[in-house]
Design a protein around this ligand. Structure first.
Ligand code: GLC
Length: 546
């Protein structure tokens, strides 16, 4: 499989590098940083959407699927990027947002003007009574999932923001439009695609959620989901032998993911699932804090590794993305053990079976933004939840604390290039403030340090590229009951790696038969192989069979 020896780097273009002082990242900015990515060693870049959008949800509210938002650049800029990336052996992956469009998209505008063809592109339904929506589903960004349109005396569905209207995938014309869009980008030389919340496209029924939850059981991994994906595959990317695809799967199951990405090539190449990133949600609720439940984290990672492996299906491996707070602040220690824990998280992830994704800034250990005032937050999800939590009577202080831990803006602050104004991201006014940490955590400083987190990522990427045991080895969990260490073996007939990761700031002990193993990579200088090992704070070690 073409992607089993590859690593993907995610760029959030709006925050990566500005080249024209307008405070927005852009394509020319990205081109100017390709040497940096080549140095890191990655194979693909996945870009968050750069196409025309009112930016209510930063590009996930698409108004035109075929043209770049001029703030990012032009088609010529993109062609240059594509050529420059190819020179460095880097492939490009684009984000396809097909569950919904912006209400500014011409399809929706035509629908609202009463054009029946386009009304059928969306999900309009009668309410249950005057002022009562068709059902009790909740938007993922807070509030009801339906918006009333007086003119039709109907409501349209929006699982996300009110300006993101859900497309009706039961309509074959919608499915054809989506395949055409993929083919359009293929004709521009794009081989890689990430499909946004793609497991929400098949809605099963529009009944009330009896548990008064949010309705997700009626639209997640729905009945036609696999058929739709197979059709999209056949009619678009599946025709390209070099394609690489990943689906973002919201609240999914292993059983479904085995079908989405089982290596038969009929649906997708790999999947993002999110269960392991909810182990610090109290009662499964994103806006309620609790320390990470480490035993659940271990169990979820192992279950997904094994469940997918048994079916020869493939995981996308990730701690970070544009929707998640920074892993180093969440599962590591961004203060006294920033370097150790940054490397530990990298090792724990990169040595698993699957394709690792690195989110911009992760490779230098960027922490959460720790904004202290609501005016600093931009994300629609954060500003919405701020109001909801206020109404629930939470104090300002408490809400800011929650946002510091959970807001998506933690991932979206400017990439920290150096310690000049705005972290070297722009010499204009950035669309979102740079996080204070840029004074000490930045690329320039990192590259001066031979023992940096970045240098550690380089080594892990090199291992993925060159070692069959990393690419193809069986995943076998170890020390499953250990309360502090996440450990596993990767094994092929010829080779074996044992990976031990202390997820805590205290020393801890591990008893394993390590006869015949030697240290291959560690985040401490003097790690020794002993059958009774004492791992220091966040110590992480890869042992290789001699
Ligand atoms: C995905 C995207 C997220 C976006 C949402 C709606 O989860 O990653 O950023 O807000 O879909 O498109």
């Amino acid at each position: 499989m073409g992607f089993r020896d590859k690593v993907v780097y995610q760029i959030y273009p709006k925050s990566f590098q500005d080249s024209n002082s307008d405070g927005w990242g852009d394509i020319q900015g990205i081109i100017s940083r390709l040497d940096y990515l080549e140095k890191l060693g990655i194979n693909y870049i996945w870009f968050n959407p750069m196409i025309v959008s009112p930016q209510r949800d930063n590009g996930y509210d698409v108004a035109d699927y075929r043209n770049f938002d001029p703030r990012y650049g032009t088609m010529e800029d993109f062609e240059q990027l594509s050529a420059e990336a190819a020179k460095r052996g880097i492939g490009l992956m684009f984000d396809m947002v097909f569950n919904h469009t912006s209400t500014e998209h011409e399809w929706f505008k035509k629908a609202m003007a009463g054009d029946e063809k386009y009304k059928k592109y969306y999900i309009f339904r009668k309410g249950k009574g005057p002022g009562v929506p068709p059902n009790n589903w909740q938007s993922k960004f807070a509030g009801p999932a339906w918006e009333y349109v007086e003119k039709f005396d109907e409501w349209y569905l929006h699982l996300f923001d009110v300006t993101q209207a859900d497309l009706d995938w039961t309509n074959p014309e919608v499915r054809k439009e989506c395949a055409d869009i993929v083919n359009y980008w293929r004709s521009k030389g794009v081989h890689g695609f990430r499909f946004d919340v793609i497991n929400l496209i098949s809605k099963s029924s529009f009944e009330d959620d009896p548990n008064n939850f949010d309705g997700r059981q009626f639209y997640t991994d729905g009945p036609m989901e696999h058929e739709y994906l197979q059709e999209l595959n056949r009619n678009s990317f599946g025709q390209d032998p070099d394609h690489v695809t990943v689906g973002e799967m919201s609240s999914t199951t292993i059983d479904n993911c085995v079908r989405y990405a089982n290596g038969d090539g009929k649906e997708l190449d790999m999947v993002f699932s999110f269960h392991h990133l909810k182990v610090d949600y109290k009662n499964q609720k994103k806006w309620e804090l609790q320390p990470m439940d480490f035993m659940s984290l271990k169990r979820l990672l192992s279950d997904w590794q094994i469940g997918m492996q048994e079916a020869d299906a493939w995981n996308a491996l990730f701690w970070n993305c544009h929707d998640q707070p920074r892993s180093i602040s969440r599962f590591g220690n961004d203060k006294e053990y920033r370097k150790e824990s940054g490397k530990m998280l990298a090792t724990a992830l990169h040595m698993m079976r699957g394709t690792p994704y690195i989110y911009q800034g992760e490779e230098i250990g960027m922490p959460n933004a720790y904004f202290t005032d609501i005016s600093q937050y931009v994300d629609v999800e954060s500003t919405n939840i701020y109001k909801v939590l206020k109404e629930e009577g939470k104090s300002e202080e408490e809400i800011i604390h929650i946002l510091q831990e959970r807001s998506r803006d933690n991932a979206r602050t400017p990439m920290q290039w150096d310690d000049t104004a705005n972290a070297g991201f722009t010499d204009g006014t950035p669309w979102i403030q740079a996080a204070e940490s840029y004074h000490t955590v930045n690329v320039k400083k990192t590259l001066e340090d031979p023992d940096s987190i970045f240098a550690h990522y380089q080594k892990l990427i090199e291992m993925r590229k060159t070692m069959p045991v990393v690419q193809e080895g069986l995943f076998i969990p170890l020390l499953q009951e250990h309360p502090k260490i996440f450990a596993y073996e990767r094994r092929t007939e010829e080779d074996s790696l044992i990976v031990l990761n202390n997820f805590f700031a205290e020393e801890t002990e591990a008893d394993l038969d390590l006869e015949g193993y030697e240290v291959y990579l560690s985040n401490y200088k003097d790690t020794e192989v002993l059958n009774h090992m004492i791992l220091r704070p966040y110590e992480s070690v890869i042992l290789k069979k001699k």
